[in-house]
Design a binder for this molecule. Sequence first.
Ligand SMILES: Cc1cc2nc3c(=O)[nH]c(=O)nc-3n(C[C@H](O)[C@H](O)[C@H](O)COP(=O)(O)OP(=O)(O)OC[C@H]3O[C@@H](n4cnc5c(N)ncnc54)[C@H](O)[C@@H]3O)c2cc1C
Length: 490
Amino acid sequence: MAASSILRTDRRRQPNTPNSRSVGVPRTSAGQLGASYYSSGPLYRFEEPQTPFKVLILGGSYAGLSAALNLVDFCHGRKNRFSIDEADNGTGKVIPVQVTIVDPRDGFYHLIGQPLALSSQKFAEAFWTKYTDLAALQTPEIRTVQGSIETVDCASKTATITTAKGAIHESYDYLITATGLQREYPSAPRSLKREKYLAETAENLANVRDASKGVVVIGGGAVGIEIAAEINMLHPQIPVTLVHSRTRLLSSESLPDEFAARALEILHENKISTILGARVIDISEPQQITPDEHPQYTLTLSTGQTLVTSHVINAVSRFTPTAPSYLPNPESICDDQGYIRIEPTLQFVDDGSVPNAADHYAAGDVARWTGIKRAGAAMHQGHYAARNIHQKMMSRVYGTPPEFVELAEVEPGMGLALGKSAVGYFPSMGLQSGEETRELFFQGDLGFMICYKWMQLGTPMPKAVGVEKEAEKMIEKVVETEVEVEKVQI
Ligand SMILES: Cc1cc2nc3c(=O)[nH]c(=O)nc-3n(C[C@H](O)[C@H](O)[C@H](O)COP(=O)(O)OP(=O)(O)OC[C@H]3O[C@@H](n4cnc5c(N)ncnc54)[C@H](O)[C@@H]3O)c2cc1C
């Protein structure tokens, strides 16, 4: 079966990897990449084995959690969870590690599912899981801190985190930043706590359900299209109109015209009205026509047309990169749009302007890389960052020559959920659409279980290899002792 679009990565530069899945077997670079790829510090740590490496991860979403969980797998000496190499049994070598994940939210949020969560309380409840309820994170090597990164000092390798209880100063050996993009509602939740978020989605749901004069969604980018389609699927009695300022949907995505045209066709097949090439220039104050009815709004478009509707969802994509707000010299670390410049190994670009650049990594939407920003790419990058950091640790602790993996260039590709249907385009598969495409790309929950299972969030972290053996030995001993006791009693 082909891989889901979420997990799909461009494999053009990974000729030796199997095609069945898109995340997994890494392409190793030429082995030792030279001194600048190593972090500073003592080479062999086995003289002080009890000192864990401290890894600070900023952002606990697709990229951050993938980095944290794969890193602990590696450090446990086990096969890591994203490995699809059947011959891979892990290194069998344990490395002490302490991972700290910082996030202002109190849990993992399945952001891809936002268009569905806005129209369904059942899915909203499923898509936000508190970190304390994620089985995979309940291991001594992982600590989560609810807070926001304020500053990073790359020279001293310390970070300042703001929490509800005050500032925390955290030192680290390696840092992975995975803080994504700051997205505005409705593209992302406003709330940082699960309970508040559920109240937020419930309010939107009530507004949609009561929309006797229909719902207008403004913005024909991926988010606006998906929100319109999910409302239409879950509340077919509510008329939905999508308004977009350009004459082509998805006008800011570098995808083939046929992709946008097919998406438009599917919207029309589902009786979603579209108004293209018109900007909304005014939205009236809510007008209460009768006491029993939901208030209504009048929208004035740049074409002079007016629309009367019960509920307006402004899904014009607005986002800002997060890194410039906490990095010390963003003008050299980030590009002109605020994305962190990374090497193919995911380290910050080492041009001499950033101290310890080789110990700082960026993964996911926060980083500058080719291709459309996607969760699959974010998980893949988190995995690679973890793998490369682990290689450095192995080199320091066991003296093994590191073999680093590198990201391949990615061409634009996307899967777009359209209610019961979907349209997808990736260079390797071309354009496809329909119910099967939706099943393949998103299944029935906008890809929630695909991501949840891929990251193994619901599975308790297995023990490190040695610990497992020790535990087995202890169990054997206990059993032997019990047998002895029984013999004595007999
Ligand atoms: C509505 C919508 C639909 C989408 N659909 C798809 C899809 O179908 N398929 C697909 O592959 N991709 C899709 N995407 C894109 C995908 O969601 C992103 O590419 C993905 O979320 C990136 O993951 P990330 O871990 O890099 O960042 P994010 O998921 O954005 O996570 C960043 C994390 O960092 C935290 N953070 C932010 N600031 C700070 C700070 N100062 N300190 C500490 N932590 C911080 C945030 O709270 C968040 O938890 C969609 C996006 C949206 C908005």
